[in-house]
Design a binder for this molecule. Sequence first.
Ligand SMILES: [Cu+2]
Length: 471
Amino acid sequence: MQESEVVTRTGLVLLIDDDGNGEEERVDELADIKTRNFLSNLPSHPLYDPSSRHEYVKKYLMFLKIYYPEAVINQALQTGGGPNVSDAYTINGLPGPLYNYSAKDTFKLKVQAGKTYLLRLINAALNDELFFSIANHTLKVVETDAVYVKPFETNTILIAPGQTTNVLLKTKPNFPNATFFMTARPYVTGLGTFDNSTLAGILEYETTTLHSTLSMNKLPLHKPILPALNDTSFATKFASKLRSLNTPRFPANVPQKVDKRLFFTIGLGTNPCNHNHQTCQGPNNATMFAASINNVSFTMPNTALLQSHFFGQSNGVYSPDFPISPLIPFNYTGAQLNNTNVGNGTKLMVLPFNTSVELVLQDTSILGAESHPLHLHGFNFFVVGQGFGNFDKNKDPKKFNLIDPVERNTVGVPSGGWVAIRFLADNPGIWFMHCHLEIHTSWGLKMAWVVLDGKFPNQKLLPPPVDLPKC
Ligand SMILES: [Cu+2]
């Protein structure tokens, strides 16, 4: 992922997708259109803030990024063990003063008193969900994954890899005679080792008076208190605050009828060690880590799925028989199983055009319960319910929120729990769904959907470009 920043004529900083996959671009185009609406329609806008009526709303781009070379993932796949932990987390490329020798590499967010800023947060850390907080300031969450939410205030946000969150930051009315740490560190529920370090940037108030840089450095520095590294209670409360805005202008179009009900287990597992005379570094020396959905660990095909589907040549590339539920039901969040081996295959699930899908994603306790940020390509979905333990298909659906559930494209499957989503399969093609923890995806925690063409010309998969390279 190679992003660059450009400044548009509106003075906003935007994120551009340079890798050509269109995904970040699409998210950003949506965000940008909304931001322009936001600026041009302030008085009638639901997020309109009377105190900043004539204020120009500034927007900052922030990356929370991690030093994490591809070689680390490759090494883990070779040895069958967990990945080495990263060196540091960064904000806009800078790790900050809580790391040795990094005080010079500190991101400073300069603000003026008495204004409202729109901060756009993107978690680009490959393997970690992150807590983020700014000392002595509250954040008003207004948007997640480029969709408005009912605004709510919080001291800390939780953001998973691949998620975006926009927050309004109202600065103090007057110069505060202090500076403020902005810190982030991971939320981790798995059993593996992880980078438990904390990144820090500084929120610094600009002043027109006599404060020199020297005197700025002498100001007291406040630090936020972040939740504990495994604070699932915070994660649950935060998730339950996220609701769609659901106004006449920005309705929540939650599918009310369901054509297909699906139940997928999400979790880790093992494959036998494939080195004959070597030991592996998996859970024991005869196994390698793997991960699966419904116990199918996804095997990457050699031919592109979309290409083989479009030309009707999918035989031998993938099989259209992804299971609608686990073949052998078990106590998903109960005691450890003796046999942790996964099945392997390139299995896809076929959906007729416009199928309304309800999908329950159930975490398993195999090799430890863990929060998994699941990402669906091609669609937004509504998060209609979540809970702990095993999903109860008789009781739990009665509590689903079908009015104003949050609409997004990446959702944390609660550690030792489940989450239910609904989406309308109105986008023909082949779409991946995978855990956004990079190592879990590499271990096979992914599958793909085949969404068939509809009847009308604008409901059909477009042909590949004429210059598509031939094998
Ligand atoms: Cu995962």
